[in-house]
Design a protein around this ligand. Structure first.
Ligand SMILES: *[C@@H]1O[C@H](CO)[C@@H](O)[C@H](O)[C@H]1NC(C)=O
Ligand SMILES: *[C@@H]1O[C@H](CO)[C@@H](O)[C@H](O)[C@H]1NC(C)=O
Ligand SMILES: *[C@@H]1O[C@H](CO)[C@@H](O)[C@H](O)[C@H]1NC(C)=O
Ligand SMILES: *[C@@H]1O[C@H](CO)[C@@H](O)[C@H](O)[C@H]1NC(C)=O
Length: 447
């Protein structure tokens, strides 16, 4: 008894120096260090403010009053707003600092489909206009501007955008302004979103913009594959964003790291940096892991690893454009499995799509230091397409241990590359000659 106690103690003493608390659970690295989790002793329920979860009653006032109470009573340690099981229909609302929005199992916060009353807000300065249409944009369904220490979590309750009315307006070209995101945080920090289901967003699902220290984990994001522009998670001009352990199946890119659009993004000059994306599974007709195409403030230090993609348009997509400016550098993607994909890896500088004709054609983006390692793909129609920019060729594009297998009986097409230098090792099918240029030296010297 004493002996075993002693050996446990010795073992602990021996191991302790190398242990970091958040690695302890079976050596799985998580986002826990990015934002501290907070316990809130002050708790209120939406039903205390007249909330009714019958799916019909409009709960806008209940949400606004509950959040007004949190904002103005300012209880020490913040306040938890509990949403019991039920379907709570509401118009859009703003969050405040030091709050937890807690959705019980079976709780649904559902957006109204009254698009006429939807509040409009100013365009983002780094976009200069709405992403879809000139002028302002509809406020996100759940919105946080200038807040900190906000947690949205619970027991996998649902935030439902009921986006089909918006998708139909887009299809019929009857939209007046840019569609709302499902949830947007602007100018905010220390944000956690976990154990939630997001479904049927009108536009992008989760949009942290001008934020720092954001954690998104254990979320499920669902929208039909034919729903327009329903990106999963778009970290935009934000730093220290950590996304992990989530399932995303939508109609557009699953995760796309952005930083503003052409001359507006260049002038605003706020990059996205230190973005970690890990253990994501998903499916989409567009890209799994994307950088861009709006990247005018620059994107650096992105690490995406342990990604499983099924029935995809493109596995990994770095996309920019003449007129965008911005430096995209130090992007690492590793341990990716793709199955049934049109293009495995696509890195291009000609996506088009300008906010207006005032963009500077001499504002050439720089793409340098993109490492893609340990990728296995089956049913891959085209392994790779890398198209740099003539006067700003992509450099340091380094590929290693990549194996793409074609569709049975048809094989794959060859790699296609232009205006790019880099290196490759252990890539099959054999990559283009441009990616042999710095093998064993220079920017791919890690080999
Ligand atoms: C919510 O926030 C937006 C943007 O900060 C602001 O324009 C709007 O007035 C706020 N709405 C309410 C009801 O407080
Ligand atoms: C919520 O769902 C995620 C993903 O399916 C799962 O990992 C997590 O354990 C669930 N959480 C709860 C509280 O049920
Ligand atoms: C490159 O990005 C990684 C994260 O993927 C980071 O750990 C590393 O410090 C960055 N390197 C430089 C030189 O900034
Ligand atoms: C190559 O990548 C595969 C994943 O596709 C991985 O399982 C394997 O360990 C990698 N090999 C090396 C030598 O790193």
């Amino acid at each position: 008894m004493l002996g075993s106690l002693l050996s446990v103690l010795v073992c602990f003493l021996v191991m302790a120096p190398s242990m970091t608390p958040w690695f302890a659970a079976g050596d799985v690295i998580t986002c826990a260090g990015t934002v501290p989790m907070r316990y809130r002793s002050d708790k209120i329920s939406i039903t205390d403010f007249g909330g009714v979860g019958d799916g019909h009653t409009l709960n806008t006032l209940a949400f606004r009053e509950a959040i007004y109470r949190i904002q103005h009573l300012r209880r020490r340690g913040g306040t938890l707003l509990y949403i019991p099981p039920g379907v709570y229909l509401t118009e859009s609302f703003n969050l405040t600092s030091h709050m937890t929005l807690y959705l019980a199992r079976g709780a649904v916060i559902r957006a109204t489909q009254n698009t006429l009353n939807w509040p409009l807000i100013a365009p983002l300065p780094s976009y200069g206009r709405g992403r879809e249409l000139p002028g302002g944009r509809y406020m996100s369904f759940i919105h946080g501007d200038g807040v900190r220490d906000v947690i949205i979590t619970g027991e996998n309750g649902t935030i439902d955008g009921q986006g089909d009315v918006w998708w139909n307006m887009w299809r019929q070209k009857s939209l007046q302004f840019t569609r709302p995101n499902l949830i947007e945080f602007m100018n905010s920090r220390h944000i956690i979103m976990s154990n939630l289901i997001f479904q049927n967003s009108p536009f992008w699902n989760i949009h942290p913009v001008y934020c720092s220290n954001v954690v998104i984990q254990h979320v499920t994001i669902l929208a039909p594959h034919d729903s327009p522009n329903t990106d999963g998670i778009d970290p935009d001009s934000s730093s220290n964003v950590c996304i992990e352990d989530s399932y995303i199946s939508t109609g557009d890119d699953l995760v796309a790291v952005k930083s503003g659009w052409d001359e507006y993004g260049i002038a605003y000059g706020r990059p996205s940096s230190d973005i970690t994306i890990r253990r994501i599974t998903g499916s989409s007709p567009f890209a799994g892991i994307a950088v861009g195409s709006e990247a005018s403030g620059g994107v650096e230090n992105v690490l995406a690893e342990n990604i499983n993609l099924f029935d995809m348009g493109i596995g990994i997509h770095v996309k920019t454009n003449t007129g965008r400016g911005g430096v995209i550098r130090n992007i690492t993607v590793s341990n990716v499995y793709v199955e049934n994909v049109r293009i495995g890896i696509k890195i291009v500088g000609d996506v088009g799509d300008h906010p207006d004709d005032k963009f500077n054609p001499n504002a050439l983006p720089v793409v340098t230091g993109v490492r893609i390692n340990d990728v296995w793909g089956v049913k891959v129609q085209q392994p790779g397409l890398i198209r740099g920019i003539k006067n700003s060729p992509f450099t340091g594009i380094c590929l290693s241990n990549i194996s793409f297998h074609g569709v049975a009986g048809r094989g794959t097409t060859p790699w296609k590359c232009s205006d790019v230098t880099g290196g490759s090792q252990g890539v099959s099918p054999w990559p283009c000659s441009e990616l042999m240029s710095t093998h064993g030296s220079g920017s791919c010297s890690i080999y």
